[in-house]
Design a protein around this ligand. Structure first.
Ligand SMILES: NC(=O)c1ccc[n+]([C@@H]2O[C@H](COP(=O)([O-])OP(=O)(O)OC[C@H]3O[C@@H](n4cnc5c(N)ncnc54)[C@H](OP(=O)(O)O)[C@@H]3O)[C@@H](O)[C@H]2O)c1
Length: 329
């Protein structure tokens, strides 16, 4: 079958990267077992890197970004899926070097595809998307390493996609969540998601050089990295953990090993895109069931493919609050 469809395409011309909505055809898509008619996608920080020519994310252009997609199977050569199935794909190579979800069609290996869990609509699955999955995976790993529910759990970059969802999920589960943000004016938003306390991210920028700081946190989801992560690790209580999932501030970590060897704290690495399918299904089941959020509408701004362009620049500037859902219906 060949057919034309709409896609956002990033082109490289004389070292500059230009984005446009254009027409592609199914035959342009890579080989794969499952052809999916995409109904919703979402914008993540990594998509903005791909859309602006970051070769660490996307090596070759022209390219269609979009690490998330949810839609309906149109063709499948795998017996795991059939025409009409509602499915979602997040991560793996989607939107990096494989044509991604900012388009009406994707074609991917069957091993990347998750059946939409009962309890979530296609739209809700993309309100969560990679950000929600990453927040869920971070919390799952924190709980496995053990967190004391009586203490305070910190979320950094709290108004961002991963941050907002980590805050809302932790609060739903019953933790006392402290939200760290650079955006003082978003206090009401953060309280609505369940923040018990809101702090300015400057408070997490300790430059004293002390190897250990006062013990404050029972756990943390960090989306920021750099000296914020270093400050968080040095402020964790005995045997507590931080799930490190982002580096919007910096990928550098300058500190001593003392928090690890004197307080027994844990640095949990989070890689959502390569999460094995068994664990992936567990996290999606939780997001659709016991962790199902009723604040998704408050976290999400919906836009069309045409309206996505300006959001890409805003997310790189850290100016997006919550999640951007892309409606391809
Ligand atoms: N490991 C994984 O599997 C995985 C998966 C998804 C995302 N990520 C990573 O997680 C991070 C967040 O992704 P996202 O999609 O949630 O992005 P996002 O929506 O842009 O959120 C990032 C938030 O970080 C804060 N921030 C931005 N720039 C900052 C800076 N220079 N200094 C301090 N804080 C800053 C802002 O929150 P405030 O203004 O509230 O402080 C911003 O909203 C990115 O690094 C992304 O690549 C990793």
């Amino acid at each position: 079958m060949d057919k034309n469809f709409k896609a956002l395409i990033v082109k490289e011309t004389n070292g500059k990267f230009i984005r446009e909505i254009s027409t592609k055809s199914i035959s342009d898509l890579p080989e794969g077992d499952v052809l999916i008619n995409v109904k919703y996608s979402s914008l993540n920080y990594k998509d903005a890197l791909s859309a602006t020519g970051n070769k660490g994310v996307t090596r070759k252009y022209p390219h269609t970004p979009g690490i998330d997609a949810a839609g309906i199977v149109e063709e499948s050569s795998s017996n795991l899926f059939k025409k009409g199935d509602e499915v979602l794909v997040t991560g793996y190579d989607l939107g990096q070097n494989t044509s991604g979800g900012f388009a009406e069609y994707i074609r991917v290996p069957a091993e990347w595809v998750v059946k939409l869990p009962k309890g979530l609509s296609l739209k809700e699955s993309m309100m969560l998307g990679t950000a929600g999955f990453t927040a869920g995976l971070s919390i799952y790993k924190l709980e496995q390493s053990g967190i004391d529910r009586a203490g305070e759990v910190l979320v950094t970059g709290a108004t961002g996609g991963v941050g907002s969802l980590a805050l809302a999920l932790l609060s739903k589960i019953g933790y006392n969540v402290v939200a760290s943000t650079r955006k003082k004016e978003k206090e009401e938003y953060l309280k609505l998601l369940g923040a018990k306390l809101i702090i300015n991210s400057d408070e997490l920028d300790d430059k004293s050089g002390k190897p250990l700081l006062n013990r404050k946190w029972q756990g943390s989801v960090d989306t920021v990295g750099g000296n914020v992560l270093s400050t968080v690790i040095r402020s964790l209580d005995f045997r507590c953990s931080v799930a490190s999932c982002g580096n919007v501030l910096s990928p550098e970590l300058n500190m001593t090993l003392y928090p690890f060897i004197l307080r027994g704290v844990n640095l949990l690495g989070i890689n959502s895109s390569e999460t094995p399918m068994d664990l992936r299904k567990i996290i999606w089941q939780k997001l659709a069931g016991e962790w199902k959020l009723d604040v998704l509408e408050h976290i999400t701004t919906e836009c069309s493919l045409e309206e996505l362009n300006e959001k890409i620049d805003l997310i790189l500037q850290g100016k997006i609050t919550g999640r951007i859902l892309i409606n391809l219906l």
